[in-house]
Design a protein around this ligand. Structure first.
Ligand code: 3UK
Length: 509
């Protein structure tokens, strides 16, 4: 944490620092219709900042709920909120009114900037008193007085950033809540600089000539970092596109000559199948995060594109990626090593460190860390300064970290501990399997049995014979007690907006 490059002045506004000294004529953001140079981006940001401090009457430290798909205007709104000394509370586009109400109240928001296309759910949400009536809409048709664009037009084109402390909160980010209630985490101006100076610098070696592209929403810190903050830090270009599927992402990589791609394992799996039909010669870094990257996916992506994927584990609580490896440093099956600046170790149930080769709880310490809005939860996540991510990991003698499963997802069957993702990796190597999720199913005799939920590739049909084939396939490759005693065929797996498999939904089926 005392790396020399991670020292920042005590007075720091991270957006001012990110945009300071950028080349005004270079392209900062590209969207479907918009292309902004750094000078144009700064003007948009400054006009929005004036709107927030002027007609919206917000004061330093106030919180602004933000809603929108990935596009340049949404990006400008997030930056403007922070530059104006306020706290950004970005929310996932698919959230419903009830969830939005919960988040708005937990974060005690004072105002809202919302994309016009997400109007219905927002209007149905119960916002805190202060935020009611203090909402502006952007990206819609027309120029009604309650549109952000109309308000911006009446404001000056330059805004002096608000003088904030390096340890003032600038972002409240909510976890996607794979298990239920979203948790709000607070991050400082300094934390934003830290994530820009850790993973992208030491693992990606990002530079100004890079073109960043990908799918994670800006409301998810994986996307906020990878598709906005990291590119700005080095003066590069970010391509922000709404609703990318595997084919549209491949097409966009080709069209925009993207060099760095951020997405989750599922999309890499889907893209690998058709990657050969696109010119991906510009791409040299493909980053996977959000959930475990199966070795099978790593291999099929390599075969399809020649690229060695960069796996990285990050968490909303820690803001971005803290264990990763690239190129020569990558080791099969491992997520990687702690990103310089971070430390990691494996703890047993009593909080004692365990040696290499033993599965335990992943603990991480570094220049960013968990600060929940809710004190109650803080004690579960942070132990003696170590962040407990809830993941079961194993370390080898050389200090590489291997993901096994979420701590709560370990399957215990007839006394054996079985990690679902290991079985998934084997199943994904079978030609009939497109996607799969392996969970524990309650069983009277064994406590739990291994149950596989399988989505088949086009051209294959579900049958009892195929189920037996899959079971035999697993038995032949890993210890037979790990084979799925139950196999179910589905049309799709339940996933969050961030691409994570919702195992609890598979278990409750
Ligand atoms: C899981 C992984 C294995 C893991 C995130 C990059 O995913 C992000 O944040 P969330 O708060 O979830 C955190 C949890 O997700 N996970 C993430 N990456 C991996 N498991 N291998 C991986 N590579 O359980 C972790 O505890 O939604 C990812 C950057 C920023 C992020 N917020």
């Amino acid at each position: 944490f005392d790396l020399p490059e991670l020292q920042y002045p005590p007075r720091l506004n991270c957006v001012a620092a990110l945009l300071e000294g950028c080349a005004p004529e270079r392209i900062a953001l590209r969207g479907a219709q918009i292309e902004w140079t750094y000078a144009q981006l700064m003007e948009q940001v400054d006009r929005i900042a004036h709107v927030l401090r002027g007609p919206m009457k917000l004061e330093t430290g106030n919180r602004v709920l933000l809603r929108g798909a990935n596009n340049p205007m949404m990006a400008a709104c997030i930056l403007a909120v922070i530059k104006a000394g306020l706290i950004a509370v970005p929310t996932m586009p698919l959230l419903r009114a009830r969830e939005l109400g919960t988040i708005a109240n937990k974060a005690q928001v004072n105002a809202v900037l919302c994309a016009d296309c997400l109007r219905v759910e927002l209007e149905a949400a119960e916002l805190p008193q202060a935020a009611r009536g203090n909402t502006l809409w952007f990206g819609g048709e027309g120029s009604a007085p309650d549109t952000l664009e109309a308000a911006m037009a009446a404001q000056p084109a330059h805004f002096d950033s608000v003088d904030t402390a390096a340890d003032d909160v600038c972002l409240i980010s909510f976890t996607s809540g794979t298990t239920g209630v979203p948790k709000g985490t607070m991050h400082f101006h300094r934390d934003v600089m830290v994530i820009c100076d850790c993973f992208p610098r030491s693992v990606l070696h990002s530079q100004r000539s890079d073109v960043f592209i990908g799918t994670p929403p800006l409301a998810f810190t994986f996307g906020l970092g990878g598709l906005l903050l990291f590119p700005l830090r080095v003066g590069a270009t970010a391509v922000l596109l709404e609703k990318l599927s595997s084919e549209t992402l491949l097409k966009a990589i080709e069209t925009y000559r993207a060099t760095v791609c951020f997405t989750a394992p599922t999309l890499y799996r889907q893209m690998a199948v058709v990657a050969g039909q696109y010119d991906l010669s510009s791409l040299h870094k493909s980053v996977s995060a959000g959930e475990a990257l199966p070795a099978a996916t790593r291999e099929s992506w390599r075969q399809a594109t020649g690229l060695v994927m960069i796996d990285g584990i990050g968490a909303t609580e820690l803001l971005h990626i803290f264990i990763s490896a690239a190129g020569e440093q990558a080791r099969p099956g491992a997520t990687g090593k702690p990103v310089p600046g971070y430390q990691a170790c494996i703890l047993d149930l009593n909080g004692k460190p365990v040696g290499p080769g033993v599965i335990g709880r992943l603990a991480v310490k570094g220049p960013t860390g968990c600060r929940y809005l809710d004190d109650e939860r803080q004690r579960d996540y942070v132990l003696n300064g170590w962040n407990l991510t809830g993941d079961a990991y194993e370390m080898d003698a050389d200090g590489y970290f291997y993901y096994r499963s979420r701590t709560d997802d370990m399957i215990i069957s007839a006394g054996y501990n079985i990690a679902g993702p290991e079985v998934e990796d084997v199943l994904l190597r079978h030609p009939a399997v497109a996607e799969c999720g392996v969970v524990g199913k309650a069983d009277e005799e064994r406590g739990q049995i291994v149950e596989a939920h399988v989505v088949l590739r086009a051209g294959f049909e579900a049958s009892a014979e195929l189920a037996v084939q899959l079971q035999e396939f697993v038995k032949a490759q890993i210890a037979p007690y790990k084979y799925p005693r139950s196999v179910k065929f589905l049309h799709a797996l339940p996933r969050t907006e961030t691409g994570k498999l919702q195992r609890f939904k598979l278990r409750s089926e």
